[in-house]
Design a protein around this ligand. Sequence first.
Ligand code: COA
Length: 180
Amino acid sequence: MESPFEGKLIRLRAREPEDEPLLYQWFNDPEVTENLTMRYPLSHRDEREFIERVSHISYEHPSFAVETLADRRLIGGCGLERVSPENRSAVLGIALGDKAYWNGGYGTDTMRTLCRFGFAMMNLHRIELDVYAGNERARHVYEKIGFTEEGRRREAVYKYGRYQDVVVMGLLEGELRPEG
Ligand SMILES: CC(C)(COP(=O)(O)OP(=O)(O)OC[C@H]1O[C@@H](n2cnc3c(N)ncnc32)[C@H](O)[C@@H]1OP(=O)(O)O)[C@@H](O)C(=O)NCCC(=O)NCCS
């Protein structure tokens, strides 16, 4: 039986207090947060409180640390939020904070693993996400694994002195594309 937490390259695990220094480093790095909602500096206390809040994983709060399968190195985080039992839907978020692992297939594998978890373990019907229109890499990954662009919120985000559209994407049960 395949592990519901493991992909080909990564494993999802609960967050731990020891993760704090890396989270502090990543989420104060403008290159990492460029396409995320964060825009203000974060304190160690913010990160500790975040970990405290999300480290107990439940149906309402499935939030994970992402580590490499090969050497158990923490490289990022992902999760589902706004889980609705009535609609069987949730909103997905992902950020690989370790830039050395960008473009190495880890994000694609994390997305597949998290979506598989949502469908197979939480009985979700729909997973949706927001992505900034300029985040070409992320949009490519989402489309590759089966997400469909469903609409745009025009000029919904203002960062770095300009507005950009936010693209809404969705993936229904049965639409997750396997590797290959
Ligand atoms: C977005 C993110 C999750 C992608 O993960 P990743 O491990 O870097 O991506 P992968 O290596 O799995 O895949 C990257 C794909 O995008 C392609 N790509 C890279 N740059 C691209 C660009 N500028 N335009 C289009 N495609 C691009 C790669 O060629 C690759 O496609 P392929 O597998 O078909 O060859 C990760 O880079 C990340 O967390 N970035 C910072 C935070 C962020 O943007 N989060 C998403 C917010 S919605």
